[in-house]
Design a protein around this ligand. Sequence first.
Ligand code: SAH
Length: 213
Amino acid sequence: MAMDAEDQMQFLYTLRSKGVTDARTLSAMEKVDRGMFIQGLFAERAYEDMPLPISCGQTISQPSVVGLMTQALNVQPRDKVLEVGTGSGYQAAVLSYLARRVYTVDRYARLVREAQVRFNQLDLANITAMAIDGSFGLPDQAPFDRILLTAAAEDPPGPLLAQLKTGGIMVLPVGQSDTVQSLIKVTKLESGLEYEELRSVRFVPLVEGMGQE
Ligand code: SAH
C-alpha cells in the first residue's frame, strides 16, 4: 500500500482542518507513510483520519491526534525525546524527523520488534525502540527534553515527570480508561509545573508490567 498524490493531499487537508497547522509537524507527517505501519485488511484505510487496530489488541492513533500531540510537544532539532507506547511505531517515526534522538518503549515485545523492522526499512536511524514497562520511564537515558505518552494514565506518572528536564514539555492523555480522557500538556518550569488542557481524546490505558506477546 503506497500513498499516492491524491491520498497525500487529502491527508494533509484533513490534518489542517482539524487544527494541525504547525509547518514542521505537517512536513514530518508528510514524510511518513502511515500505510507502512498497518498490516492486513485495515491497510487500505491507512489514510483516513481514524484509529485502527494493530497487533496485541492495541491501536494506532488517529492521524489528527498524532498531529496535535506532535505540535503540542514543540520538539526542537537537538531534543532527546521519550515516547511511552510504541504501538505501530508511527508516532515515533514522525518524531524522528523533528528530534535528534527518539527513545520509544512498549510493554509488548512483539510490537517493539515489528516497529523496529519498519524503522530499519525506512532508515530511521535515530530511533531506539525497547521492550520495557514505560510507567517508570527510562532512567538510563534521562533526563529528556520532551516526553510523550500515547496511553492514558490517571495522572502524569511521577517517575516520568522526574525524568523531564527543566524547560521540558510532556504531553499525555489523562483520565480513567473507557471514559473521556483529556489530552494535557505539562511544562516543567523552574517555579513548578504548568498544566494546559488541549482537548478530549480516547486512548488505551497505560498498564503496568510487561505484556504477554
Ligand atoms: N504511538 C502508537 C500508538 C500507541 S497505542 C502508534 O503510533 O502506533 C498505546 C501503546 O501503549 C500500546 O502499544 C500499549 O502496549 C502501550 N503501553 C501501555 N502501557 C504501557 C506501559 N506501561 N509501558 C509501555 N507501553 C505501554
